[in-house]
Design a protein around this ligand. Structure first.
Ligand SMILES: [Fe+2]
Length: 131
């Protein structure tokens, strides 16, 4: 369901590999949502969310380090966007997840994938175009 498409390629191998992994984690979360015969998904949701959070933060660090290394002019804008998502992620209330599991997964998936797709297509792809 959540798959990495060729459209998302920036042409920078490490960044593309990390974006691909982010989609894989989103897909794991989606599959968990579709799992009908699991009465309590809380531990799994928590595990995947933590992975998504940690991986996203590490990815931003890598991406910003790369942009710094090439003296990228849009780095401040990138930092601003990354910080906005970091704030959203840090606001996730892990305890509230327990009450409404499927809805919570859906909400997080919608947010993360919308954000990821837009950010990759409209910001990250520009990094690869720098000459
Ligand atoms: Fe970025």
């Amino acid at each position: 369901m959540y798959e990495f498409k060729e459209d998302f390629l920036t042409g920078i191998d490490q960044i593309d590999a990390e974006h691909r992994r982010l989609f894989e984690i989103a897909d794991e979360l989606y599959n968990l949502k579709c799992e009908e015969f699991m009465p309590d998904k809380y531990d799994n949701i928590r595990h995947i969310l933590e992975e998504l959070r940690d991986y996203t933060l590490t990815h931003f660090e890598h991406e910003e380090a790369y942009m710094e290394s090439i003296d990228y002019e849009r780095l401040p804008e990138q930092r601003r966007q990354h910080e906005a998502l970091e704030e959203t992620i840090n606001d996730w209330d892990m305890d509230a997840i327990d009450e409404n599991q499927d809805e919570t997964i859906e909400e997080i998936l919608r947010l993360v994938t919308n954000w990821l797709v837009n950010h990759i297509l409209y910001e990250d792809k520009l990094i690869g175009r720098k000459d």
